[in-house]
Design a protein around this ligand. Sequence first.
Ligand code: PHE
Length: 434
Amino acid sequence: MKNRHPKGLIVLFFTEMWERFSFYGMRAILVLYLTQETIGENPGLGWTKADALSLYAWYMGLVYGMSIPGGILADRLLGQKKTVLVGGVLIAAGQLTLAVPGIETFYAGLALIISGVGCLKPNISTMVGGLYREGDSRRDSGFVIFYIGINIGAFAAPLAVGAVGELYGWRYAFGMAGIGMLLGLAVYLWGQKHLKDVGLRTSPKAAEVDKKTPLTPVERDRVIVLLISFLIVVVFWAAYEQAGGLMNLYTKEKINRVIFDWKIPTSWFQSVPAAFVIILGGVVAAFWARRSKKGKENSSLFKMALGIMITGSGFLFMSGAAMQAETGVKAMLIFLVMAYLLHVVGELCLSPVALSFITKLAPAKYAASMMGLYFAATGLGGLAAGKVGELATRAGEFEVFTGIFVFCAVFGLLLLVFFKKLKALTHGAEEIKS
Ligand code: PHE
């Protein structure tokens, strides 16, 4: 078969699936564990919601922010292949450390996970690209398949880890997340032979030669758009990553989770976005393909602006939930599900194009650093997400949900208003086939 993907893709697919299983499993219960009272059958740490969301903010910021040192470690010292391995070991050790009771082990576990994800996540993503030669038409679909693997892990984890955490005990759940990462490591080690020389360290000299030459005017324009697109990424994830923080706590307290006399565990709703990604990924991609066939506007900037507005509009449903909950009853489940649905439609507009757009705008000599910077921007978004969530404990949930909607709408509209100007500044960067 001509269109078969390299075997290495299966290896990276399952490694990342298990890594995301461990990441999203732990994340699904993080704020629930922190805010659970210290007494009772399944005691937590008894933190206030504000403190829990603040920790969520710093965790999300650091876990992706560490992609920069993780990328440098791979480039300068170990190569991606080894750095991913180190990352997996650190993550598994971190999750298993969380399973040991005590506040010291809790912080130590988080630190290990943060370092581990920083080593693993950006480098495994770069390795997916490395499976294909330049100009290989299978590359894009390779990334789509990889994104599905991510979301299979993200879908299964809250169901499994979340249920164990909420119903049996948090410690077992952290342990389970650790075992998930160990399975990922096993796949990765088994698959080394299929990865061949992907992710081996290459001499960085070539990239360093022309660092001193100044940017040309075209490059300078592109850098302006580049910075704006980083801002888009930050704003987008600041909205989207409410899921694991404020929206998770909100689901627990204010959403009616009872169906047929059975109370659905809070953490299970963390699976909903991933399920939507798997179901709708193809639909959204087909929609853009059809539009482009008809010759309609399809540029990445346009998709990103639209993505922000669609995700932002999901918060209108959360405002609806908050209005209902303010009358003293629990809000209807459909509000939450609709919010996640729109979040994901927005994600599917923005996320698949953002990284490649940024890569195309970056002057060639900086191309290699872009993956790390892109993840760091995601991390800044996560940090902002937690901090905005924390604000809700003072300003009120309705105000914050509505505020996010308004902010995203205005930001997206501004991008569309200045769309032509921004596009001119790219100097046709998008048309260049990489
Ligand atoms: N769902 C994505 C993932 O876990 C979110 C993400 C996008 C994270 C970009 C980091 C960078 O992979």
